[in-house]
Write a protein that binds this ligand. Structure first.
Ligand code: HEM
Length: 455
């Protein structure tokens, strides 16, 4: 693709069709830090080199996270209603904090998340995954994003945080508007209003959940700080985990070689998730650094103090992978930058992996004959400057009965009723993982003919 502008226009759908080709050309001209435009008139830099990202993220003396330093916004050259403002403007949470303030806020959020029990998150992810698949498996076709990937993390995370499903759904819609910059100001207002109502409700009835732990933490978070950490957990966390499921499924459905490795157990689901985190990390061109003084690049170009520098995590991964392809695949397959790097590195990657890994695994086990419903070339990427995310992932498969119907049918066939017992034994009475559908889900061997989790 050719682009007349010397900047990469991250708001242009043509950029998202093949970002690496655009960035390779700009890299040839500008080197590893390239000029970008986030929306017409909003300029920034994008750093696309692995080593430089790593060094700059760790250099907290030179690079701040505090968006109140954004010089064009300070000077009124970027208006408050610009599409990228809800994602980039300062919020009182860990992502935008430096130094001691960052330590204080990060401690609160990692403590609140860390006390969540892994087995409960995994059980929720698996239970909700089955429930969602039950909703479409008899149809023989689905949009894996709308019907599955966008719902699963939201269900798990809103429960983890301590919200009901309705608040979760309203939040998810607003979050998508913020990432894409579609009616972003209104989306942001709706988001903050919903969160604020939920925080008020939770203050009256605290429980064993992330929100209650954040409110009670000895770091003494203000109500506003609590609210903006929820924006972070549900805004970044939900949206990114959804896109990780989508990007991993796309990989499995389009990369025949990889799918064959998976079928032959040479790789597992976790490797597929990491492969997607290398090639299409859901958080890309984000977050943002602000130099506290002018920076001189090789060749004499200057980045002025307070100019946004976006982290090109996806591009950096791909350039590195191209350079060291053999070694990365064999030895360092988790060295990608998808979780960020340095003191702000994502504190919830285990949670995200648990939701995405279980989500992908259950999907491919239950629907082993999944295939794309359209040619790969018809898949479209969303026009978000900050996310690597598909618009839809249409698939077809042989229709399957919902899980509970199938289990009951199997048991009717195999379990003779003992005298005095009802003829149809309830599957939920089996021992197994807790199931948010309303009972225990039996742990029984699943089909592993085409896809496997372990190596
Ligand atoms: C696939 C899913 C996810 C991806 C790819 C992802 C990626 C990231 C990235 C790139 C950052 C910024 C790192 C930096 O500034 O250097 C980040 C920060 C953060 N993420 Fe995640 N994340 C995901 C899921 C989650 C989830 C599920 C949660 C919460 C439950 C979460 C909570 C956070 C928090 C609190 C921060 C701010 C940390 C800080 O500034 O100290 N993330 N994440």
């Amino acid at each position: 693709m050719t682009h007349p502008c010397p900047h990469a226009a991250l708001h242009d759908p043509r950029f998202h069709a093949d970002p690496q080709a655009v960035l390779q050309r700009l890299r040839d001209t500008h080197g590893p830090v390239v000029p970008v435009e986030l929306e017409p008139g909003v300029r920034a830099w994008l750093v696309i080199d692995y080593t430089i990202i790593t060094a700059w993220c760790r250099d907290t003396r030179t690079f701040s996270r505090d968006a109140r330093r954004w010089r064009d916004w300070r000077a009124g050259r970027v208006r408050d209603d610009a599409r990228v403002v809800p994602m980039m403007a300062y919020r009182p949470n860990a992502m935008f904090a430096d130094g001691d303030r960052h330590l204080r806020l990060r401690r609160a959020v990692t403590d609140a998340l860390g006390r969540a029990e892994a087995h409960r998150i995994a059980a929720d992810a698996r239970g909700f995954a089955h429930r969602l698949i039950d909703g479409f498996c008899a149809r023989g076709r689905a949009d894996l994003l709308a019907d599955y990937a966008r719902q699963l993390p939201l269900l798990v995370l809103t429960r983890l945080v301590g919200f009901g499903d309705n608040a979760g759904r309203r939040l998810a819609e607003a979050v998508r508007g913020m990432w894409d910059g579609t009616d972003a100001e209104r989306a942001n207002a709706a988001y903050e209003r919903t969160l604020s109502e939920a925080v008020t409700a939770k203050s009256a009835r605290p429980g064993d959940d992330v929100l209650s732990r954040l409110m009670a933490h000895d770091a003494g978070l203000s109500r506003e700080e609590v609210l903006h950490h929820l924006v972070l957990i549900l805004g970044i966390g939900d949206e990114s985990t959804a896109n990780l499921i989508g990007n991993t499924m796309r990989l499995l459905l389009t990369d025949r070689e990889f799918a064959a490795d998976l079928a032959g157990s040479r790789v597992g689901i976790d490797d597929a998730v990491d492969r997607a985190l290398w090639s299409d990390p859901p958080v890309t061109n984000f977050p943002v650094l602000y130099p506290v003084r002018d920076i001189e690049l090789a060749g004499g170009r200057i980045i002025r103090e307070g100019t946004p520098i976006l982290l090109g995590l996806g591009a950096a991964n791909r350039f590195l992978a191209d350079q060291y392809r053999e070694r990365i695949q064999e030895t360092a397959n988790r060295a990608h930058l998808a979780w960020g790097v340095g003191p702000h590195r994502c504190p919830a990657q285990d949670i995200a992996r648990m939701i995405a890994g279980n989500g992908v695994e259950i999907l491919v086990e239950r629907l082993p004959e999944l295939r794309l419903a359209v040619p790969e070339s018809e898949l479209r990427w969303r026009n978000s400057p900050f996310a690597r995310a598909l618009t839809a992932l249409p698939v077809v498969f042989t229709p399957q009965p919902p899980e509970r119907v199938r289990e009951q049918a199997e048991q009717t066939a195999t379990v003779p009723a003992a005298e005095g017992e009802p003829r149809h034994r309830d599957a939920r009475a089996d021992t197994g993982t807790e199931d948010p559908r309303g009972g225990a889900r039996p742990s029984r061997p699943r089909r592993r003919d085409r896809w496997r989790r372990g190596r």
